[in-house]
Design a protein around this ligand. Structure first.
Ligand SMILES: C[S@@+](CC[C@H](N)C(=O)[O-])C[C@H]1O[C@@H](n2cnc3c(N)ncnc32)[C@H](O)[C@@H]1O
Length: 318
């Protein structure tokens, strides 16, 4: 998810004038880093599609999925996810509103979020090569494929309807297990096998819940697995409002898929328990080589703390 603040030239009266339209479009082309490649949905409609029956929050998984498919078709992709491309072609879901309305900066943010999570996982695996990773709210994500070192133990957890859909495209294996459960239903914690230590990752999930709900869940992790790590993305209250309008609603979803929890300050999270320690905080855009327009917007997002990733240690290993 990401935000975009429209600048003055965008949407004002002079866009209707032909000459200014030409100048405007030329100006945009110079500022933009490149067009978002189009994933051809029309062609895919010719073949038989897999029907989707998902709840409203679950449907948000199509946003980062679309972002990864688009990235994979760029000339110089930062990340390649052929599974995402295949899924987009095969599911009976209307991606047209996303393709029509999504700003490139949002698309880049989904990719950067994945890349940061990959880095955190790689670092964790340097210390615990056989360590356990739980991908909470995995959607149709393929982080495992990118970070698999041949030794780790992996769990992909999501609600039962998502896991059912996931199983049509992505397979379990000896070291990779799917868990069909709400992350709030703590029974799954007893199912996981922990070697060395455990890292919980959760991308694009926690802000759909009230802070108290997430806090209680995280404190539960701390009690169950002291010394475990947690990496997840947060959004500020402004980011939540803008994302609901510019990302969720403009993708054809409604308020039932809205983000809820905006973090004023990371200290609020650290204050949940004195045993929680900050291992890292990662912004999305400042290190990216992107076009001028995206760079300016992205830098503003970073400076205002609109969205970022937190990497926490939950107490000390026993
Ligand atoms: C925006 S998607 C992110 C998907 C994935 N992490 C990614 O980045 O592609 C949010 C995901 O959270 C999942 N989710 C929502 N509520 C959940 C819950 N209570 N338990 C487990 N997963 C949940 C949704 O089903 C969905 O797959």
């Amino acid at each position: 998810m990401c935000f975009v603040i429209k600048v003055g030239v965008d949407g004002s009266w002079w866009k209707d004038n032909l000459l200014s339209k030409i100048i405007f479009n030329g100006f945009r082309k110079i500022l933009d880093s490149g067009n978002i490649p189009v994933v051809d949905h029309k062609e895919a409609k010719m073949t038989e599609k897999i029907n989707i029956e998902l709840g409203n929050v679950q449907k948000t998984l199509f946003l980062p999925l679309w972002g990864r498919a688009v990235e994979s078709r760029k000339r110089k992709p930062m990340l390649v996810d052929e599974t995402a491309v295949r899924i987009i072609d095969q599911v009976n879901y209307d991606f047209a509103p996303i393709t029509a309305n999504m700003d490139e900066l949002s698309q880049i943010a989904w990719i950067k979020r994945s890349l940061i999570c990959d880095q955190v996982i790689d670092k964790f695996l340097e210390q615990y090569p056989e360590g356990t990773i739980v991908n909470i709210g995995c959607g149709l994500d393929t982080t495992f494929e990118r970070v698999n070192n041949g030794k780790l133990r992996w769990y992909d957890l999501d609600l039962p309807d998502v896991i059912a859909l996931r199983g049509k495209f992505i397979q379990e294996s000896e070291r990779r297990t799917f868990i069909a459960s709400s992350f709030l239903d703590k029974d799954w914690l007893e199912q996981i096998e922990v070697n060395g230590n455990v890292l919980f990752m959760s991308a694009g999930v926690f802000y759909y819940f009230e802070e108290e709900t997430v806090r209680d869940f995280v404190l539960g992790l701390l009690e169950a697995y002291p010394g475990s790590e947690l990496v997840f993305d947060v959004s500020s209250p402004v980011g939540v409002r803008v994302a609901n309008k510019k990302v969720v609603e403009s993708s054809g979803l409604d308020e039932r898929s809205h983000l809820v929890w905006g973090v004023e300050d990371k200290k609020d999270i650290l204050a949940w328990d004195s045993r929680i320690r900050l291992l890292g905080m990662y912004y999305y855009f400042r290190t990216l080589r992107i076009g001028l327009r995206n760079f300016l917007m992205g830098t503003m997002s970073d400076l205002l703390g609109i969205q970022y990733i937190l990497h926490l240690e939950l107490g000390e290993l026993e």
